[in-house]
Design a protein around this ligand. Structure first.
Ligand SMILES: NC(=O)c1ccc[n+]([C@@H]2O[C@H](COP(=O)([O-])OP(=O)(O)OC[C@H]3O[C@@H](n4cnc5c(N)ncnc54)[C@H](OP(=O)(O)O)[C@@H]3O)[C@@H](O)[C@H]2O)c1
Length: 278
């Protein structure tokens, strides 16, 4: 079979009704683009984020006649996770896109502990908690799909971005382990490793003046389409786009100290535009 260079056409909402999908962190960025792609394909979608859900639901409804509902919860606390699971059980969700994530940038010793721990609670704890509640239901039903949003940051240490990179390495390892454990149950686990993607995360994490903040980025639509293709094919991993593939290839040949130096460079300050002093 030839490699796909363009997005494959999947059923649209006017065709077959697809199952119900949950997308966390779907108010913006990659999560919103994934939700839009799932809606376009005819899935009913439950959109979860801690803010901006009504607006996301309204914009998604413009794309299709499928049922789009929203839930505004803070997933960094266990009660938020439990609320989401209660709703997914009511709706009979079988496709789970665990995408919500946050970033903290800066020297570890100067960033507030509270922010670092909130990142761990959201990026790591909430995914383990959600998966632990969801997987037994899916195994009992004999079918289901899980997408866990990692990052190319999983492949290298990241000075000035260390907790984030470690959280994404955790997710990648966790997803592969879970996938293997669930082989033969009808439940697939897919992990996605995007490289720098144009989303609000660079603004919210105050990274606009870093090198990574300034480099050309992938579009969230491309990332979302590759992610959804991999999810629906039940593939283990998607690395969307050439930039991401190049980063993974570089990481695979560098020794660990060189990985830390190379990757850390991206999180340092970008040179100011010529003629401007800082
Ligand atoms: N952009 C990149 O370069 C890149 C690369 C690789 C991987 N990723 C990963 O892709 C995922 C999506 O990030 P993005 O780049 O699309 O950034 P984004 O636009 O900032 O999206 C993050 C999403 O997570 C939600 N969220 C944040 N804190 C939450 C909380 N406590 N409870 C519930 N929802 C919460 C956000 O909602 P609010 O805005 O309402 O807080 C938003 O919907 C993340 O896991 C990120 O690590 C991003």
């Amino acid at each position: 079979m030839t490699r796909r260079s363009r997005h494959r056409t999947r059923p649209r909402s006017s065709g077959t009704r697809q199952d119900v999908a949950l997308v966390t962190g779907a108010s913006s960025g990659i999560g919103f683009a994934i939700a839009r792609e799932l809606v376009r394909q005819g899935h009913d979608v439950l959109v979860v984020a801690d803010r901006g859900v009504d607006d996301a639901v309204r914009r998604l409804r413009e794309h299709s006649d499928t049922r789009v509902t929203g839930l505004e919860v803070d997933l960094s606390v266990p009660a938020g996770v439990e609320e989401v699971i209660a709703r997914t059980r009511e709706l009979g969700v079988r496709t789970f896109v665990l995408n919500a994530g946050a970033a903290v940038h800066g020297p570890f010793r100067h960033t507030p502990l509270e922010n670092q721990l909130r990142l761990v609670d959201l990026n790591v704890r909430s995914v383990v908690h959600l998966a632990h509640l969801v997987v037994p239901d899916l195994v009992a039903a004999g079918s289901g799909r899980l997408l866990i949003m990692s990052s190319i940051a999983a492949t290298m240490p990241a000075p000035l971005f260390g907790t984030y990179a470690a959280s994404k390495a955790f997710l990648r390892s966790f997803a592969w382990s879970l996938r293997r454990e669930l082989a033969g149950t009808g439940v697939s686990v897919t992990t996605v490793l995007p490289s720098a993607t144009q989303t609000p995360i660079y603004r919210t994490a105050h990274m606009e003046r870093t090198r990574i903040g300034r480099i050309p980025k992938s579009g969230p639509t491309m990332v979302a389409r590759r992610a959804v293709d991999a999810l629906q094919d039940g593939r283990a991993e998607a690395v969307p786009g050439l930039q991401a593939k190049a980063m993974v290839a570089i990481a695979s040949v560098l020794p660990q100290p060189a990985r830390a130096a190379f990757h850390g460079w991206f999180y340092g300050p970008a040179a100011p535009p010529a003629g401007l002093s800082r």
